[in-house]
Design a protein around this ligand. Structure first.
Ligand SMILES: Nc1ncnc2c1ncn2[C@@H]1O[C@H](COP(=O)(O)OP(=O)(O)OP(=O)(O)O)[C@@H](O)[C@H]1O
Length: 230
């Protein structure tokens, strides 16, 4: 089993260029569970994840509690890159997994690792494909592959299903559930409350200063839903 990370967020606020994006948010994320984050477009969900990842100049405290390691895997909402770049899946993985000396082709051991990684996400035999030629769903699978190998203690997913078809979505949902069963803490932005309720252990709504957290089986009243999405 993997030891998941638990997180305590205390009085988190984020102000960028005089724009108050998050205000006074306090939350806990228990280890080894799936925590879905919902909320309206522009409500601050991605900014919140970026605070967790230490990428935003937030105020307040974010405490990571862990017994084993504090390894974090991250799948971004989008990956911006020049589509004509001559970079294959293997080149991309080489960049993700290379330590110095850099710029060497993968050795036999790395090639075996890449095969295992690609097989897990259903991309085996596509290692020579150019990154720019991958479909939205294939790119998401590749991003997931680098995030979960080696296994992290915390996995952060920013809308992993965007651009993914129904079969791909089911694949992601099963993978997320299996990773949770391995002990990994998962924080996952998702727009579909019904799916979030089915798969997540807690649901957290983030909309600037309006936030609440409910467990899987707790009701979310229509009033609350109206508050979030109006
Ligand atoms: N670097 C930045 N500089 C200025 N404003 C920003 C920056 N990053 C985000 N914002 C603003 O913060 C607000 C929240 O954005 P964020 O991307 O966190 O929302 P979101 O809930 O993830 O939205 P969506 O569901 O559309 O992805 C938006 O109004 C956005 O324009």
């Amino acid at each position: 089993m993997i030891e998941g990370i638990s997180i305590e967020v205390k009085n988190l606020s984020l102000n960028i260029s005089n724009n108050q994006i998050l205000e006074n948010i306090s939350l806990n994320f228990e280890k080894g569970k799936i925590h879905a984050i919902i909320g309206p477009n522009g409500g601050g969900k991605t900014s919140f994840l970026k605070c967790l990842l230490g990428q935003m100049p937030y105020k307040g405290e974010i405490l990571f509690k862990y017994e084993d390691k504090d390894k974090i895997g991250y799948v971004p909402q989008t990956l911006d890159f020049e589509k004509t770049l001559p970079i294959t899946i293997t080149d991309f993985l080489s960049m993700c997994y290379s330590k110095k000396p850099a710029f060497l082709s993968p050795n036999l051991k790395k090639k075996e690792l890449f095969n295992e990684i690609l097989e897990e996400v259903g991309l085996k035999h596509k290692e020579k494909r150019l990154l720019g030629n991958l479909s939205g769903g294939e790119l998401k699978r590749l991003l997931l592959a680098q995030a979960i190998n080696p296994r992290p203690n915390l996995l952060i997913l920013d809308e992993p299903f965007a651009g993914v078809d129904t079969v791909g979505e089911q694949y992601f949902l099963n993978t997320i559930k299996n990773l949770r069963d391995e002990g990994i803490t998962i924080i996952w932005i998702h727009h579909n409350i019904k799916v979030a309720r089915e798969y997540a252990d807690t649901i957290t709504c983030i909309k600037k200063d309006l936030k609440f957290q409910v467990n899987k089986d707790e009701e979310i009243s229509n009033e609350r839903l109206l508050d979030i999405y109006s």
